[in-house]
Design a protein around this ligand. Sequence first.
Ligand code: PRX
Length: 654
Amino acid sequence: MNSIDSLLHETRRFPPAPAFVENAVAGPELAEAAAADRLAFWGDQSRQLLSWSTPFTQTLDWSEAPFAKWFADGKLNVAYNCLDRHVEAGNGDRIALHWEGEPGDSRSITYEELTADVKRAANTLAGLGVGHGDRVAIYLPMIPEAVVAMLAVARLGAIHSVVFGGFSADSLRARIDDAEAKLVITADGGWRKGKVFPLKNAVDAALADGESTVEHVLVVRRGENTVEWTEGRDLWWHDTVEEASDEHEAEAFDAENPLFILYTSGTTGKPKGILHTSGGYLTQTAYTHKNVFDLHPETDVYWCTADVGWITGHSYVVYGPLANGATQVIYEGTPDTPHPARWWEVVEKYQVSIFYSAPTAIRSFMKIGRQEPQKYDLSSIRLLGSVGEPINPEAWIWYRDIIGAGAAPIVDTWWQTETGGIMISALPGVTTLKPGSAQVPLPGISVDVLNEDGTPVANGEGGLLVVTEPWPSMLRGIWGDPERFVETYWSKFPGGDGEPPQYFAGDGARKDEDGDIWLLGRVDDVMNVSGHRLSTAEIESALVSHPWVAESAVVGANDETTGQAVVAFVIVKASQADVATAAEAADVLRAHVAQQIGAIARPRQVFIVTELPKTRSGKIMRRLLRDVAEGREVGDTTTLADTNVMQIITDKLK
Ligand code: PRX
């Protein structure tokens, strides 16, 4: 896969084409301005890209590092910036969303219509008692109402917590409880792989004990599947939102007003509620969306294939593109339903010009073969993006050749839920591209690669990726847990002697001879499966919650398509050992994890073993289990408490 060896041998270079440079949104002047005065640069970007009701006078307050404040004395309304102002500027007729449902139904919604929809939803939510600072959980499929719901919450100065529709009832409840959500917005069901998957059912299950903070459940009709109804608690979207007034004045809130919480996996079993705020977040998402994707809003049709349940959907489906007045495609279903070229059919139908997706999807298409995309006219595509994990050079070249007609620049964008917006990426029209490398920090962003002792590595060497200066869309904290925030991100390189701390990203990286950055994957117990973050600890705790399981260890093993795959090693309790064969137990436990967390966490393999490799201090040596999971010779076992354990495990699995 993305082994250091193959990366070191990658020497192909792609300078920007002159015709592209001529019309490029970003030029070298961006980096020059940022280098001259970084904070003045961000202040200028924010004023240019956004509309502030009260202009800010201070760009950054880092006096309480690592708790940052950006543009703190300014006021704005995020939804107004994404909607009303485009209508006021005469662009109300521009399409905001071309929505394509999986079964083939579709809707195109203008900025004027979307603005009216959000105003109606804001009025309904306000009527349900949602106001400034309240939390609203959103558990929806990829339908326009997901975008409307997020913006309606933002418009009221409330805080959304979007929970990906693939998460289980238990995961949903844990997120509702942590954020103390007042309202849940969901749908009866959504379309996936040719079938309706129920969502309202999961909400009912999550709230079944009647003891949550949730007062109402607002339900969009989409799947037309049968649902249970709790009178007084449940409301249909079409009976409320669609009947509400479309007059709603947006109130301006402080730049640091919380905008959303988004849960992501860390190194412990409990997901972290990453908190983002308003002015800085919207500045950086708008700035990066415009410059990294070379957005020409009058002519481009942009499509980011992410679900709004992930940060990519927040920043590059909702906030960045809408703040920039872009026209975009959103698609409800899976890439291969009802046929393997569905995405390419959608590209042709809407003449998509900017396409942003993930390496795992590209590798699946490579496997299927070029004949599928070649059934459709993809000539509208002029720029390609990648996110979520390193893109191996082979996939990069295929992406450019087959989807980008051998000509489209590819921007490999490195960032995280925590960073809120893109941090490292080529700038099309400026940067000479190197397949496999995310390359350079964007103008205004400062990153480095450090040794364990905090000194920068030399070019040609690897180490730990850090962000050395605060950035506008940085996370402001972990919901309800300031200590975990400081400990997780800021204690590895804490500064001192007047030096502020540096942000530890959790990724390994290498600087090449030019100082360009190549990402090498996580250095902690976080896995990256199909570009989605999963924690080994979270899956282990789901496994031990099953009555059969005595102990478990989970590793991320290299996988040709998904980047990494979940592989579990499980010790079954002696009392249960005869209940099922190893194969049956493995199936039951795989299903159990999917039911506990969600299908994305389902292990590729569960190995039933009698021992786990541990050091004398009791720490599980995952490195050795990874060797087994990847079919390699088992590495050095000398630090194991019992050096025979690996032999026992490998014998058992033969
Ligand atoms: O390991 C990095 C990887 O994804 C992690 C962040 O995951 P998440 O918060 O779910 O956000 C994903 C979408 C922004 C990072 O710590 N990652 C993300 N983009 C890249 C990447 N690794 C290499 N190259 C990338 N372009």
